[in-house]
Design a binder for this molecule. Structure first.
Ligand SMILES: Cc1ncc(COP(=O)(O)O)c(C=O)c1O
Length: 424
């Protein structure tokens, strides 16, 4: 994008006028300051904003609980017994999967453990797990604890895919080398599909091929990918993925997560797993039989009857995603983030550097922006100016323009406020 003539607020507003998705902003509660001005909220990669419909979706369930008590399991407008099924098709579309491959349940780290119980099958010699060196801490803790649980020392069995000296981004070629060098010892690759820190989006298909070539399983943490990029999970042929719904899926703080298990495992009832009654055959679940009879597909990994109020919030959000479609969202996202990138580059400031890949195919909506010679005071000043971003020590702000509710004007004003603060 060449901004020489167009680096103006008027142009940003013109982009909003021509944006076919701009009216979706009105479907969300945008936080405001005491004067009634909208915050510039660029933090949907941490906690997405609330759809205005969420309250009524939750109220419906509260009312049905008030009116029906336990009978709501079958009599509620959206009966609670099969409630998770109302989410499956929309969620499958968002992640590019078949409905049989997807279930909404638990939270991300719990689902990661459940997935590793099934897909990390170490032997005395083939027992290593590969993660990114800056994997999200919870993933690292989960992986290390799984290694220890199986009697292995993370110091020996956790392999890190690291950036090269002086770089932040990862090279697939370096992962390939790790895989080749440890072909007989690696049991699992667990990769953050969009890295939480750099915003780098990896080619899942290539990673799946690499892992499967050496007989390892491949899992993806999709926390920063779901509702952001189009992960095409089924076609990628990865074994499993897990995600949360409180970031790009706008389902509220601590809302439930999701899990993908590739169709190739849908009928493998004897696969090793931790089980609970909600993963049992629906036809006989209430016969309270002793023998566990796993449901087909990802549903077979469910443990408990799920929290309906959280699922109602997910349904409110997924209904919006269903209406817009990921193709349209991703298209706007590429434009909006490209605009942010162009404005930052146009500043031509030596102290500012974008860490995230330049190629839109290798990133989602987030740009991780390093501001050299600064500290958390910068983030504080942005917040005081009603600009909500995310700070990562020592000097990186993560900025995520969300195509559902951010405007080109938001992006323009963010950059204007940022440079003002830097120049003060
Ligand atoms: C990449 C990634 N993995 C794991 C988690 C942990 O998620 P949860 O607290 O839902 O288990 C997060 C949370 O932000 C995350 O961003």
């Amino acid at each position: 994008m060449n901004l020489k003539q167009t680096n103006t607020l008027e142009y940003a507003k013109e982009l909003d006028v021509n944006d076919a998705l701009s009216h979706y902003r009105n479907k969300f509660h945008i936080p405001r300051d005491s004067q009634g001005n909208d915050w510039i909220y660029l933090c949907g990669n941490s906690l997405g904003l609330q759809p205005k419909t969420t309250k009524s979706y939750i109220n419906q369930e509260l009312e049905d609980w008030a009116n029906f008590g336990v009978e709501g399991h079958l009599e509620a407008k959206n009966p609670w017994m099969p409630y998770h099924e109302f989410l499956t098709e929309s969620m499958a579309k968002v992640v590019g999967a078949k409905p049989i491959e997807v279930v909404v349940m638990n939270t991300l780290t719990t689902n990661l453990h459940l997935a590793m119980v099934s897909f990390y099958e170490p032997t005395s010699t083939k027992n290593k797990i590969v993660i990114e060196s800056d994997a999200f801490p919870s993933d690292r803790y989960a992986v290390e604890s799984q290694l220890r649980f199986h009697g292995f020392d993370p110091k020996d069995c956790l392999l890190e895919w690291k950036p090269r000296e002086g770089e932040e981004l990862l090279h697939l070629g370096d992962l390939e080398k790790i895989v080749d060098d440890n072909a007989d010892e690696i049991a699992l690759l667990l990769i953050g599909g969009v890295n939480y820190y750099t915003g780098q989006f990896f080619d899942f298909k290539k990673i799946a091929k690499m892992g499967h070539r050496i007989g390892a399983k491949v899992g993806i943490d999709l926390a920063h990918g779901v509702g952001n990029i189009q992960p095409r999970l089924h076609d990628s042929n990865i074994d499993f993925a897990v995600w949360c719904t409180y970031k790009y899926l706008n389902a509220g703080p601590g809302s439930l997560g999701g899990m993908f298990v590739h169709e190739k495992y849908a009928n493998k009832k004897d696969i090793k797993r931790f089980t609970g009654w909600w993963g049992h055959n629906k036809d006989t679940r209430f016969n309270m039989r002793h023998d566990f009879d796993a449901l087909q597909g990802a549903e077979g990994w469910q443990l408990s009857n799920p929290p309906i109020l959280s699922m109602a919030a997910i349904k409110a959000s997924l209904d919006i995603f269903n209406e817009v479609g990921m193709d349209a969202l991703r298209k706007k996202s590429i434009d909006l983030t490209g605009y942010l990138e162009a404005l930052i580059n146009d500043l031509d400031e030596e102290v500012i550097r974008i860490i995230t890949p330049k190629n839109p195919k290798e990133r989602g909506c987030q740009l991780s922006i390093q501001v050299k010679n600064t500290d958390k005071g910068l983030h504080q000043r942005l917040t005081e100016a009603n600009v909500i971003t995310d700070w990562r020590e020592p000097d990186v702000i993560r900025v995520a323009p969300i195509p559902l509710y951010n405007s080109f004007k938001d992006v323009y004003e963010f950059v204007a406020i940022l440079i003002n603060i830097i120049n003060e």
